[in-house]
Ligand binder design. Structure first.
Ligand code: HEC
Ligand code: HEC
Ligand code: HEC
Ligand code: HEC
Ligand code: HEC
Length: 203
């Protein structure tokens, strides 16, 4: 973000002062070339680090790819609370049945889903991401900063979810792909102007 400000303000100055030495133009050009590499559409410096999560055996193998990529259903259509609370939330079966009383009803996994629905019992989805209880995390602040305040079109929200969850669009059931440890959080806060006080992340 700061790079783009420097770039824009130096450019504005040239109009007033009428020309810059050639070396300055070369520096500005170098910034313009580097900019897309460090600053993405969410106006963020993406966090570094990966994690090789083990497959989590879920009651139904829910295909994120079919929903989020092929059928372009927004992450926040199902994970409704992400934009306004600490948690993102797993959708209730009623939301699934809004489509699956008519879509793919002959498929074995949908038959299983329908059985849960008829019994009035939600599938017992197992947690994939879980930070320790002494850590304070909130989805709302991060989405406000990187989606709504960055004017990112909501259909591109998965880019921001991906900072902390990886490329869920191309997964079936979700899998942990980012370390989500203290170093990971703190480095991203340093890079993007997030808070560094211990008590912000530790209650
Ligand atoms: C907005 C509509 C919509 C919602 C909501 C929805 N789905 Fe789907 N789902 C689809 C579509 C479309 C397909 C692809 C169907 C096909 O390929 O024939 C699909 C496919 C699936 C499949 C794969 C079926 C197979 O074996 O091919 C599963 C499993 C599934 N959905 C589970 C769920 C669950 C669980 C929920 C709720 C958490 C859910 N769906 C919510 C539209 C939806
Ligand atoms: C800045 C990092 C970050 C971003 C961005 C982020 N998450 Fe999360 N998410 C986490 C962490 C950390 C947890 C574990 C929270 C816990 O254990 O209390 C989590 C947990 C979850 C969970 C399971 C628990 C819950 O909160 O319901 C879901 C579902 C989820 N995230 C979906 C999303 C979606 C969808 C997006 C984008 C709209 C998103 N997340 C963006 C860090 C992030
Ligand atoms: C049709 C509804 C639906 C859509 C759309 C959807 N999800 Fe999910 N999501 C689920 C269900 C059901 C689960 C529980 C099964 C699992 O863990 O994969 C889940 C689980 C997750 C989890 C793991 C939660 C945990 O326990 O830590 C994350 C992270 C997540 N989704 C992120 C995303 C992101 C990012 C997108 C958009 C690219 C997305 N989801 C789109 C229904 C959906
Ligand atoms: C993509 C970079 C990024 C990652 C990764 C990230 N954060 Fe943040 N976080 C921020 C920024 C930027 C803010 C400041 C948002 C604002 O208020 O404008 C923030 C704000 C917060 C806040 C709100 C503090 C307050 O003012 O109340 C908490 C709590 C927090 N982050 C915890 C975490 C934890 C815990 C993790 C790791 C699991 C994490 N964050 C990962 C960028 C990040
Ligand atoms: C941006 C969020 C964030 C900030 C700021 C932060 N921590 Fe943490 N901290 C975490 C997370 C997330 C974990 C959990 C690590 C894990 O699960 O591996 C953690 C874990 C810890 C632990 C447990 C031991 C460990 O390393 O796993 C201690 C002790 C700790 N933090 C102390 C501090 C102190 C002292 C500060 C201030 C100098 C601080 N933290 C600032 C996010 C943060």
């Amino acid at each position: 973000m700061s790079e783009s400000r420097i770039f824009l303000s130096s450019e504005a100055n040239t109009h007033r002062s009428g020309g810059l030495p050639r070396v300055m133009w070369m520096i500005l050009l170098a910034f313009a070339v580097m900019l897309p590499m460090v600053v993405n559409a969410a106006d963020a410096i993406p966090p570094k680090g990966t994690y090789d999560g083990k497959d989590v055996l879920q009651p139904i193998e829910f295909p994120h790819d079919t929903h989020a990529k092929v059928n372009q259903i927004n992450c926040m259509y199902c994970h409704t609370y992400a934009r306004r609370s600490k948690v993102a939330g797993i959708p209730p079966t009623s939301k699934c049945m809004g489509c699956h009383t008519v879509i793919a009803t002959d498929k074995p996994r949908i038959k299983k889903l329908t059985e849960y629905w008829e019994k009035g019992e939600p599938p017992k989805w197992k947690k994939v991401h879980d930070v320790p209880d002494f850590v304070h995390f909130t989805h709302e602040k991060h989405l406000r900063r990187f989606v709504f305040n960055a004017d990112l079109p909501v259909e591109n929200v998965s880019e921001v979810c991906g900072f902390c969850h990886g490329d869920v669009k191309n997964m079936t059931v979700a899998n942990k792909r980012k370390p989500l440890n203290m170093g990971f959080c703190v480095r991203c806060h340093e890079a993007n102007g997030g808070p560094s006080d211990c008590w912000k992340c530790h209650k």
